[in-house]
Design a protein around this ligand. Structure first.
Ligand code: ATP
Length: 201
């Protein structure tokens, strides 16, 4: 299975790009979805987290209180390391299972922290959705009604534009409108079909 990692900073247009790849019939796995699945009720990780941090990390309906968990590991590197040690291998396994279920000619892993988390090791190529940081800030603020300061903090915790671009095999420039993005995706899709076919030989 030929696999593409799709990444980009907050507000870059990953979801928009992923939606168009889906329209073209490509199976897209969302790393954020995998991260939520592994802590669903009934999964062993949720039990382990509740044992480690106490029942205060569970909501009344038995699901994970993400805000509470974030607060508990915030500023606590040891607890954060424990949590990541538990979850990262499980997320990785969930992603691989989901990628393997793909019936499309190639599959995409959409992940905001593809490179930062090491998930790029699960893919054959890295596709970066790129735009100037000022525009990233503008679009992310408009979408989330988040304070720009909050968006800046998230941007600071992610790779910066140049570091991300340095890892890219392919770049989608999302500075212009969605039609322009989709045209680039169509061209890339043709390239990926060829690469996927070549990889099968
Ligand atoms: P996040 O990592 O925060 O989830 P993302 O990379 O998935 O972000 P999107 O949600 O796809 O980014 O896009 C961010 C915002 O910018 C959305 O409101 C989206 O509708 C808008 N947007 C995306 N591409 C364009 C474009 N080419 N022109 C104008 N607006 C766009």
């Amino acid at each position: 299975m030929f696999r593409i990692g799709l990444t980009g900073g907050i507000g870059s247009g990953k979801s928009a790009a992923a939606a168009y790849f889906r329209e073209l019939g490509i199976h897209v796995v969302d790393a954020d979805w995998a991260a939520r699945v592994v802590v669903q009720p009934g999964r062993p990780a949720l039990e382990q987290i509740a044992q480690h941090f106490g029942a205060s990390v569970l909501l009344e309906n038995g699901t994970l209180d993400r805000a509470q968990l974030r607060a508990l590991v915030f500023d606590n590197p040891a607890e954060r390391a424990w949590l990541e040690g538990l979850l990262h291998p499980l997320i990785r396994e969930e992603i691989l299972l989901s990628l393997a279920r793909s019936a499309s000619p190639y599959a995409i892993l959409e992940s905001p922290l593809l490179i930062e988390s090491g998930q790029h090791q699960l893919v054959d190529r890295i596709c970066v959705v790129d735009l100037p940081e000022s525009l990233q800030l503008e679009r992310a603020s408009a979408r989330d009604e988040n304070h720009p300061e909050q968006i800046r903090k998230i941007m600071a915790a992610q790779l910066d534009r140049q570091e991300r671009l340095a890892k890219a095999d392919d770049v989608l420039d999302n500075t212009a409108d969605l039609a322009a993005l989709n045209r680039q995706i169509e061209a890339l899709h043709q390239k990926y079909l060829l690469l996927a076919a070549a990889a099968q030989e």
